[in-house]
Design a protein around this ligand. Sequence first.
Ligand SMILES: [Fe+2]
Length: 387
Amino acid sequence: MFEIYSFLPTKIVFKVGAINELHEHIKGIGNKALIVTGRSSTKKNGVLQKVEEQLKKLNIDYIVFDKIIPNPISTTVDDAAELCRKENIDFVIGVGGGSAIDSAKAIAITAPNPGKFWDYVPVGGGKIPTKALPIVAIPTTHGTGTEADPFSVTTNPLTKEKVGIGYDNTFPKVSIVDPEIMKSLPQNQTAYTSMDAFYHSIEAFFNIKANPYSDVLALDAMKRIVSYLPIAFENGNDIEARIQLAWASTEAGITETLTGVIANHALEHGLSGFYPDIPHGLGLCITGPYLFEYIFEHIYERLAIVGREVFGVYESDNKKAARLAIKKLRDFQEQFKLNKRLKELNVRKEDLEEIAKTGYRVLKGVVVVTPGNIDEKDMFKILQSCY
Ligand SMILES: [Fe+2]
């Protein structure tokens, strides 16, 4: 039995060279934009300049806000929202990785409403944002799926809570997915971001709310990543590999909208909330296989499907095929040196219990859709096994 709720109000333009058509898709959206981006990469790779040229074509006034850091923080969102209010900004454009686009979404709901961003976070003020500025998303990475979902991940630097929020008004109005602008993504980021998309897919596939609509996208995304990540990792300029990985990210983003992730993302949010230098995709690769072993009895039938369809496992017994799937996943991650231990990343063992508790509190919604009915104590045990 399954149920499907589908709402994806985003115009997605997926095409090599799509960035050069940006002006056609944002006509009439507003007169003044805030471009939200990181400190350097979109300047170095010329993407920011391309966006500016497109805005000039429409005589749209704009301000560049380039203060977004990886694992973005809520105080930066508040600063940008204040700037929007002062400068009468009509819409926001997130250009860059997930951090820039997620921040653009957070700014979009903070600017037109009273107060600060944390007032609109369920574990913060708990208010619902009634208004939002229109959001345009231009991803330069292929993994977060933020171009096709309403979610925005931000950390409160005071409480170390890394939260994900998502409302009907935080879907991008327009997403420009241009694989051409992803070619400059460095090798390590190529692996991290692709594995983020992989975990969005595999977690959606195990989610207790999994359904045929998200299953078909999840399996397809995983297959593309397993086939094309090794190619893009070796040669970042391989445009075919970038196209395949960009689509894998977008379809995995749609699975997040349809179904969503499970406890692996709560484990990772706990971790990188405490240790912001741990890249999201790397954290997921560390905890993922241990989570799947922990809940093995509840997922082995689906894990066997992943083994056969994604990793080419040739085994008729479900439990054996499922064990082989976990082995193949670890082997795949090893190609990109992603099977690290938490100890190697200088995580303190005495922090693990608090990390589990915080991860559970901030993302309880994804823990409760995990097969096996797990809680923060189970998350603590899983983190211990990753140490
Ligand atoms: Fe993710």
